[in-house]
Design a protein around this ligand. Structure first.
Ligand SMILES: NC(=O)c1ccc[n+]([C@@H]2O[C@H](COP(=O)([O-])OP(=O)(O)OC[C@H]3O[C@@H](n4cnc5c(N)ncnc54)[C@H](O)[C@@H]3O)[C@@H](O)[C@H]2O)c1
Ligand SMILES: [Zn+2]
Length: 357
């Protein structure tokens, strides 16, 4: 078991967390709890409910990104009311990032806010979504457009759950794990390099998750409301977001971010920041983790527009998060649109000698 406390609420990482959740509820004096579950992890949710007491209800929902909507939120809120949830009822959300965002938002608004515990079952949820207090749902106009900042009462990362997480969802999380490793550098990056050649089933996940979420937790604790340093967490995300939008979300977030991490390295090289050796280390990790490196969309004009080149900036310059070195990222770096275009062109090809010119 590993526990982190720097965000002011416990973040517990262990293989199986039911007993930890029950002990937490007991310690804080919650007499009733309701478990909200992503139907795909219903069995693990039931284990948590049993540990909380025989009478604990489990409300299951079929989720997925397409259901991260106000409509599902309404169903969750009505289900909470029907189940008799009160002000002092502890709401325990079990599932991936969608579950955390949606159930966390529901708990934040039900009766103007009831206590919420997040049991993370996907890698993305563990290293990213469950940490930082952002909750919300998608609107037709875009992702995560409605929501609130609200810290959970506790977070539990259920490492055992990773055994059933489909491989493509593991890779989604690995893109964020690599992002955190670039931001942190040092042992976090080194240990990822050591593990990367080995099968994911052999990785010491408790340690990997603790290290990776620790990077985010440290940054979030300095900047709760995303007014400053939290911007660093957008490494790879400006390019990534553009690929997601221009592909009409056919490219997954993790795959888009993976290409975005190569893009950030290229921008850094071309603006005299990153060393070729360090960029090569990032590329090697992308390859070993079997994450994509080639820009999946060719339309540079559309990609630039998606990055906001048309509106956000006056003189045609865009702002990026760029590594200066492993363990040292700089945010708010302005780059001329033509440099971005050159990088987008390079991204269409596999890495080769030209990468470093
Ligand atoms: N709030 C934040 O700060 C933040 C940060 C990053 C991502 N997010 C959000 O997180 C979401 C992506 O998270 P995700 O990748 O976990 O998606 P997800 O919650 O949809 O989970 C991916 C899939 O795996 C299933 N699943 C989850 N855990 C499982 C397990 N242990 N075994 C088998 N199946 C399992 C889910 O049912 C789903 O089908 C996005 O909506 C994104 O916006 C939020
Ligand atoms: Zn991301």
């Amino acid at each position: 078991m590993t526990q982190l406390d720097q965000l002011g609420y416990p973040i517990v990482i262990d293989d199986g967390v039911a007993a930890h959740v029950a002990a937490f509820a007991e310690r804080r004096g919650y007499r009733t709890a309701i478990v909200l579950a992503d139907a795909n992890v219903a069995l693990r949710a039931k284990r948590v409910a049993r540990a909380l007491g025989a009478k604990t209800q489990v409300l299951e929902f079929a989720l997925g990104e397409r259901r991260k909507t106000l409509r599902t939120l309404e169903r969750v809120l009505e289900a909470l009311a029907a189940a008799g949830a009160e002000r002092r009822t502890l709401i325990v959300g079990v599932g991936g990032g969608v579950a955390g965002d949606l159930f966390g938002f529901a708990a934040a608004t039900y009766m103007r806010g009831v206590p919420f515990v997040n049991v993370a079952t996907s890698l993305v949820a563990m290293v990213d979504a469950a940490i930082g207090g952002k909750t919300g749902v998608d609107l037709r106009a875009g992702k995560n457009l409605a929501g609130v900042f609200r810290d959970p009462a506790a977070v539990f990362c259920d490492i055992g759950a990773l055994a059933t997480l489909p491989e493509r969802h593991m890779r989604e999380g690995l893109a964020e794990v690599l992002k955190h490793a670039i931001i942190e550098g040092d042992e976090v990056f080194d240990s990822l390099e050591t593990l990367a050649p080995h099968a994911l089933t052999k990785w010491p996940w408790e340690t990997v998750v603790a290290q990776s979420l620790g990077v985010k937790a440290a940054i979030v604790s300095e900047d709760r409301l995303e007014a400053g340093v939290r911007e660093a967490l957008n490494l790879g995300h400006t390019f990534g977001h553009a690929y997601e939008v221009v592909s009409a979300y056919r490219i997954s977030h993790g795959n888009a971010v993976a290409v975005g991490l190569r893009a950030a390295g290229l921008l850094a090289l071309r603006t005299g920041r990153f060393s070729a050796t360090e960029h090569l280390r990032v590329l090697s990790l992308l390859a070993l983790l079997r994450l994509p490196m080639i820009g999946p969309v060719d339309d540079a004009t559309a990609l630039l527009a998606a990055m906001g080149a048309d509106k956000k900036t006056r003189d045609g310059k865009l702002r990026f998060v760029v590594p200066r070195a492993l363990g040292d990222v700089e945010f708010g770096v302005t780059v001329p649109a033509r440099t971005v275009r050159a990088v987008l062109g390079r991204l269409r090809e596999a890495p080769g000698v030209a990468e470093f010119r």
